[in-house]
Design a protein around this ligand. Structure first.
Ligand SMILES: Cc1cc2nc3c(=O)[nH]c(=O)nc-3n(C[C@H](O)[C@H](O)[C@H](O)COP(=O)(O)O)c2cc1C
Length: 215
């Protein structure tokens, strides 16, 4: 069956070349510059990334999470550690993360690498900085588990709010950050006519190796 929905979906990606001379020795400062450019260009939630994990049957699972800390170690996101992704990471502590920022820059950045829970102090600080409603909901929601109804979720949040009163809410032990420390980072710059530019950094004994990949 022909689907007209896709007939008009053909975007040219402009002609901003990405050359080897543009690639610094380390990938994360370049990623920070690209993220800043996407932010400045008004891309919605430019820190949203598709995060892929693999379950014990070898089945990959992919969902969006938000990048919340970027430092020289890598990418930190926050989640429920009893969630499906949390259980998958406990069994297989590796992940892939992909960013896509469309116009005007048309760029993708991909990461793969090991993932580990961050230090409690980092999770505590981020949890404490969240709006109270977000604290209550993330603490009360049994993420990824089947629930009977929306009401059940609302009741869980209300019960927690009542129990906490005005007191600051402590970070629940099942919620916290994960650090993806990339060993591969790929930068993709969309180009007209689909002859895109790709460069891949791979962590080496000293520093990073850099190669151009075919699009
Ligand atoms: C824009 C967006 C941002 C999201 N950010 C997060 C996040 O930072 N952490 C999180 O646990 N889930 C986040 N989610 C929800 C996840 O996509 C997912 O539904 C949830 O983490 C459960 O995934 P799991 O069952 O595979 O563990 C976000 C969803 C969207 C659409």
């Amino acid at each position: 069956m022909r689907d007209d929905l896709f007939a008009s979906m053909r975007v040219e990606y402009g002609d901003s070349p990405l050359a080897r001379a543009d690639m610094p020795p380390l990938p994360l400062p370049l990623f920070r510059a690209w993220l800043a450019a996407a932010t400045a260009a008004g891309v919605d939630e430019p820190n949203g990334m598709a995060l892929a994990t693999v379950d014990p049957d070898g089945q990959p699972h992919c969902r969006i999470v938000l990048l919340k800390v970027l430092d020289e170690r890598g990418l930190t996101f926050f989640s429920n550690r009893d969630s499906d992704k949390g259980r998958q990471l406990a069994a297989n502590a590796r992940a892939a993360a992909t960013f896509w920022w469309s116009r005007p820059r048309n760029r993708q950045v991909r990461f793969t690498g090991p993932v580990a829970p961050v230090e409690d102090a980092v999770s505590d600080a981020y949890f404490a900085a969240r709006p109270r409603r977000a604290q209550l909901c993330s603490a009360a929601s049994p993420q990824s588990r089947v629930v009977a109804s929306r009401d059940e979720l609302e009741r869980r949040v209300a019960a927690l709010a009542a129990a906490a009163g005005e007191a600051p809410l402590a970070r629940p032990p099942h919620w916290g950050g994960y650090l993806l420390a990339p060993d591969v980072v790929e930068f993709w710059q969309g180009r007209d006519g689909r002859l895109h530019d790709r460069f891949r950094y791979r962590r080496a004994a000293a520093g990073w190796d850099l190669e151009r990949l075919a699009p």
